[in-house]
Design a protein. Structure first.
Length: 717
């Protein structure tokens, strides 16, 4: 909400305050008179130095001056002695009788009464609120600047003088348990001048100039109703039991009006925490009010303003059926605004105050309205706070299986893509159901109804870069290109495949495989093949996904991988498992031991299929090796397999697949070829500049093998 013209105007000072131009003019002049009559404003000492202060005194005397006072006012502008004499004359003839401050002009007074009725404020509390609203004015700041405001009673004494109210009534209005303070509309601080120690929420100012303010408008400014959710319950199927528990808890708390019920939703950005909060509100059939949201000008509220809104919501909803939601809880711990309400101190300036733990704990224990708190992270939060949440739900990233269900839901039956395309999209793009739905809608709109996977990928790639940066996309398995006959192993892979296809979750303990051998021999691709044949999703974790620089981070990532595979019923693949499964007997750092321990504990209870691949079989922890059901070596290609791979590659390059006898003879002498070598040289020959002939393919393979042999056994560069 942009400033009202009168609001902008009254922040400036005028030679003579004019009620026609400034709705607060009469009110401020009465404050000035009362402060002078009470002796708080010393004459002539406090009149000098500031033109704003001279203007106030000049305007006060000029309201109804005597001839003598008019003559004194006619003196030159900076004649402080003449101005002081005029003010003394006014006080003598009024016998220093205190005045009830005049109410502000229309519409301020009427709107202030709306606020007072909505909050149930007394007359004294309303008067104190109005005084706090006027304090930021430049002329008021200059008026109050030299007046001492020390001690606990300092603000109450001065405000009581300005309002011509008993000090004990003003003290009660400023008590930390009063409606004004607990609603958050008035903030108390322990240090500074009066305008620093008693501050009104700045959002009130603009509301007072609304043409016809009502209670609904007032509440909506501080506590807007949350939008309707765009996701449905089945989008959170992986959290079904947690959501059911949260629903029961909140419903019972609303019925019994139980205080201190707080629900914490935490997890990475974009996982649907806000959507889940809205969904809970809709399922309970109650309004969900947001503690602070951007205004009509797009200005986002500060953490302090959102906390004010929360406190206000606890006042307004305490006798009705509704929920509050506070997003970005971590802001309270970053900016520490809590102490500004209840007397915190700071050693780092006014914007970095120490949090009042006692106050926040008390809030979580006594808030009368059930509140949903949302946070992107809980690291760094005091455990004393965390254990006071009645229920906690971790809303993690959507798994590939959940994304596949979202794709199927949003694509619908009228334009369903092939199952392979749906799987590819689910694995390729790590997006929420809301993003998936938006992409499908955009594709339908752009294509007129018919679209394919390519169009969806065109729409999603820029969004993914914005959300996740230039993260490498996951590898997608191409069933038509995979040749299991190119795997060279002593194990009976056909038997392994049969047993895994016959295995179902619930058949007992899970199945584990360790695939080891030189790079490029097809270990990871074989696991992808097994997942495809079993019609299951594949959850892949590489070393870069697992290893974490923070203490406990690697163990957390290992546990998360097992949990995601468990939720999706997916195969779990740890690529380059030697990066965290090193032999503990040679460990030099504690995390090397704890990472292996975490993996083994998870493996013991995992009910699904998990596979690990490694090029460094001998470096693996011996205890972990014993726990793998299948240990399968992957070897270099046999001559007949190398010939088959050569023929397939030539066919892919556009040739006939026929191999000249000289090339076949040369090929038979290779002893360390892998399927990965053929994939590498195929990509090179697809580049312009070299014909994809059998002779060129053989030459490229010789160069590839030469590189491997020349770097074998080397360490470093």
């Amino acid at each position: 909400m942009s400033d009202h013209p009168l609001l902008s105007r009254h922040r400036r000072s005028y030679p003579i305050l004019d009620p026609a131009r400034d709705p607060f003019a009469d009110t401020v002049l009465d404050y000035t008179y009362n402060l002078a009559a009470s002796g708080a404003l010393l004459i002539p000492e406090h009149i000098a130095y500031y033109d704003d202060k001279r203007n106030l005194v000049r305007s006060l005397v000029a309201r109804h001056p005597t001839p003598t006072e008019r003559r004194l006012l006619a003196a030159k502008r900076n004649d402080d002695e003449a101005l002081a004499e005029a003010l003394k004359s006014l006080l003598r003839r009024t016998k220093r009788r205190m005045r009830t401050p005049a109410p502000p002009a229309v519409p301020v007074t009427a709107n202030l009464q709306v606020v007072a009725r909505t909050l149930g404020l007394s007359e004294t509390e309303t008067a104190v609120l109005l005084f706090a609203i006027t304090c930021p004015r430049q002329d008021m700041q200059k008026l109050l600047d030299p007046i001492s405001c020390r001690g606990l009673r300092g603000p109450a004494v001065l405000i009581a003088a300005a309002l011509a109210e008993p000090t004990d009534k003003v003290e009660a209005a400023l008590d930390r348990k009063s409606r004004l303070v607990t609603s958050g509309l008035v903030e108390l601080c322990d240090n500074g001048d009066l305008d620093d120690r008693v501050q009104a929420d700045k959002r009130l100012e603009n509301l007072l100039f609304a043409p016809s303010l009502n209670a609904t408008m007032f509440v909506d400014r501080f506590l807007p109703t949350a939008p309707a959710p765009t996701l449905a319950t089945d989008d959170f199927a992986h959290l079904a039991s947690e959501i059911a528990m949260a629903r029961k808890l909140l419903d019972a708390a609303l019925d019994a009006r139980t205080p201190g019920i707080n629900l914490l939703l935490h997890g990475p950005t974009g996982t649907g925490k806000s959507e889940l909060a809205r969904l809970l509100g809709r399922e309970l059939g109650v309004p969900l009010l947001v503690a602070g949201r951007e205004d009509s000008a797009g200005e986002s509220p500060t953490a302090r303003e959102r906390l004010t809104s929360l406190l206000l919501g606890n006042k307004l909803l305490c006798n009705s059926r509704g929920l509050l939601v506070f997003d970005e809880l971590e802001d309270l711990f970053d900016d520490n605004p809590l102490a500004r309400f209840f007397g915190g101190n700071t050693d780092e300036g006014p914007d970095r105050r120490m949090m009042s733990k006692q106050w926040f704990n008390l809030l979580l224990e006594t808030n009368p309205v059930p509140t949903i708190w949302i946070s992107n992270r809980v690291y760094g939060m005091d455990r004393a706070f965390l254990r006071r949440f009645a229920f906690v739900i971790e809303v993690g990233d959507f798994t590939a299986g959940q994304r596949r269900r979202a794709w199927i839901k949003h694509l619908g039956g009228e334009n369903i893509l092939p199952a392979s395309d749906v799987d590819t999209l689910a694995q390729r793009f790590e997006l929420s159901p809301a993003h998936i739905g938006a992409a499908v809608s955009a594709a339908r709109l752009a294509s007129g109804g018919a679209f394919d996977r390519t169009m969806l990928e065109t729409i999603l790639k820029p969004a993914e870069r914005v959300l996740h940066g230039r993260k490498a996309p996951p590898l997608v398995f191409h069933a038509a290109r995979y040749m299991p006959e190119l795997v060279n192993t002593k194990a009976d892979l056909a038997d392994v495949e049969r047993r895994l296809l016959a295995w179902r979750p619930g058949d007992g303990q899970g199945v584990s495989l360790c695939l080891y051998g030189p790079p490029g021999t097809g270990k990871s691709e074989f696991v992808r093949y097994l997942a495809h044949r079993s019609d299951r999703m594949l959850c892949v974790r590489r070393a870069s996904d697992i290893l974490d620089k923070y203490v406990g981070g690697t163990e957390h990532q290992i546990a998360e991988a097992f949990e995601e595979a468990r939720r999706d019923g997916a195969f779990l693949l740890f690529d380059e498992a030697d990066s965290f499964l090193n032999d503990r007997r040679g460990a030099t750092r504690s995390w090397e031991v704890t990472a292996v321990n975490e993996f083994l504990q998870q493996l013991e209870v995992f009910p699904g299929v998990v596979a690990c691949t490694t090029n460094l079989f001998r470096s693996l922890d011996q205890a972990s090796l014993r726990r793998f059901v299948f240990k399968i070596p992957f070897l270099f290609l046999r001559p007949e397999q190398a010939l088959l791979a050569f023929q397939r590659t030539m066919a892919d390059l556009g040739g006939t697949g026929e191999v000249p006898s000289a090339v076949e003879s040369a090929l038979a002498h290779f002893r360390n070829l892998t399927p990965g070598d053929f994939a590498a040289v195929r990509r090179r020959l697809l580049c312009p500049g070299r014909a994809p002939t059998a002779e060129n393919l053989l030459a490229e393979l010789q160069a590839e093998v030469h590189v491997k042999e020349s770097t074998a056994g080397r360490i470093g560069f």
